[in-house]
Design a protein around this ligand. Structure first.
Ligand SMILES: *Cc1c(COP(=O)(O)O)cnc(C)c1O
Ligand SMILES: [Zn+2]
Length: 443
């Protein structure tokens, strides 16, 4: 069966463009593009047949369908030749039942989608497998692309560098100096990318990379490139499949540039279009109060897009003041009766502290989502019988210094309520015994 996907203007200007053309925005209005699928062709296969196909492929070793992204290849990038796919079998991430945390906050049906359990430790792998695969095919077909490039708050560059290295394509990454974690900085260095650390913030890096990629030999890999959205849209679909095709009540996620929430919505909406599901979950976009342009826009009823200079936040991957995918995210919130909330540094750090006490290892962005969840539960907006999914966007191991400083109670604007510093003791059995008795309340 022949399926088709093409670029179209998200705002609806006329025109279809090949996804293998070097273009990032609409030639008429300058707005974002999106990958448009031929839904009528996809609907010729029944919902039951699609569900079975996805279930059979999930987690298999059959190249490339064992990947959580490429198991849905017909819905993602049907015109790609399998031999050009650059995959690390991303996706199929664990849906963790947060039993103890859920019991503590009074929402027993609480789940955390661990998208950070992935090759480079964040959900960015899902989008990069699509983008780098398309670039590989473009190069194989003779397009004069010399390298892929991105601006990054740390995780995009790690994913791009890894997938580009796996494909043998040079990568150039633009990072804001001293604004990404050490783990995030060393990842693209280790993968052989050209790492340019600029004396600016993310928005400043974005501005530069846009200028650099006007030369079509340098291909832009930021999420304004809607190829990435196609891979990232698998998360919502995967969640629904993991619940035997039942749609949850809420999905809460941290947002910065707003690509990921747009992608989540696009995937969930495709399930409705194909007749596999009949409802959408309510989406909650969680922002750090120090970088909250989308929250401010929501507060003004989306009458106008708020742009700001983002302030330093522990949630460094969402420290963005001028989000690129704003219009798509507004649609995602409006169409799902969604909510945008914010969390302070104190709230996010302690949300991570509390969650970690129940066995998680929460990155600061996931912590923003958890802190916002706690607020909505306290307000009574999220109810105790609701099924709630929190999207964990990165692995906590990328943010060791955040954890260290928290447990030393050394973070600015944070009073660490769950700090658990090590006990420093002499190697004396009696002293150790006494200390343990105190800790375990056994005297
Ligand atoms: C990129 C990223 C986000 C934000 O995703 P957007 O698409 O920019 O909204 C959130 N958390 C982590 C860990 C990220 O790397
Ligand atoms: Zn347009």
């Amino acid at each position: 069966m022949i399926y088709n996907a093409q670029f179209r203007c998200f705002r609806g200007c006329p025109g279809d463009y090949s996804v293998f053309d070097v273009m990032y925005t609409c030639p008429h209005c300058g707005g974002l593009l999106e990958v448009h699928h031929d839904v009528d062709a996809l609907k010729r296969r029944s919902p039951a047949a699609w569900m079975k196909l996805l279930e059979d492929r999930a987690g298999s070793t059959q190249w490339p369908y064992g990947s959580g992204v490429w198991g849905m290849k017909e819905w993602i990038m049907p015109n790609l030749r399998d031999k050009n796919i650059v995959s690390m079998f991303e996706g199929n991430s664990n849906l963790y039942w947060a039993e103890r945390l859920g019991a503590q906050i009074g929402v027993p049906d609480l789940w955390v989608k661990l998208c950070g359990n992935s090759h480079t430790g964040s959900f960015k792998d899902l989008g990069m497998t699509v983008l780098v695969s398309v670039v590989k095919q473009m190069m194989a077909d003779g397009r004069p692309i010399k390298a892929v490039a991105c601006a990054s708050t740390g995780d995009t560059s790690a994913a791009l560098a890894a997938y580009a290295a796996a494909a043998g394509i040079p990568a150039v990454v633009f990072l804001p100096q001293n604004k990404v974690s050490r783990a995030q900085l060393i990842q693209p260095i280790a993968n052989g990318a050209h790492v340019l650390a600029l004396d600016t913030d993310f928005d400043g890096c974005m501005h530069i990379v846009k200028q650099m990629t006007q030369d079509n030999t340098l291909y832009l890999a930021n999420s304004m490139n809607s190829l990435r959205i196609e891979g990232q849209k698998t998360v919502g679909i995967e969640i629904v499949r993991q619940f035997d095709w039942e749609v949850p009540d809420w999905i809460v996620m941290p947002v910065g540039n707003l690509g990921n929430i747009s992608a989540l919505y696009k995937g969930l909406n495709l399930l409705v279009d194909l007749g596999i599901t009949t409802k959408l979950p309510r989406l909650v976009a969680a922002q750090a109060a120090k970088a909250n342009p989308f929250y401010e826009s929501f507060r003004n009823g989306f009458r106008e897009k708020v742009r700001q200079q983002a302030q330093n936040t522990l949630a460094s991957a969402i420290q963005i003041g001028d989000p690129v995918s704003y219009e798509k995210a507004v649609q995602a919130i409006q169409a799902t009766d969604g909510i945008v909330e914010q969390a302070t540094e104190h709230e996010l750090a302690n949300a991570a502290g509390l969650a970690d006490r129940t066995g998680m290892y929460t990155c600061p962005h996931t912590a923003v989502a958890l802190a916002v969840l706690f607020k909505l539960v306290n307000q009574g907006t999220i109810k105790s019988q609701d099924r709630v999914i929190v999207i964990s966007t990165a692995h906590g191991l990328k943010f060791t210094s955040f954890k260290l400083r928290y447990h030393e109670d050394g973070l600015d604007d944070v009073e660490a309520q769950y700090a658990n510093p090590p006990l420093l003791l002499p190697a004396d059995a009696n002293v150790v015994k006494e200390a343990l008795a105190q800790r375990l309340h056994t005297n």
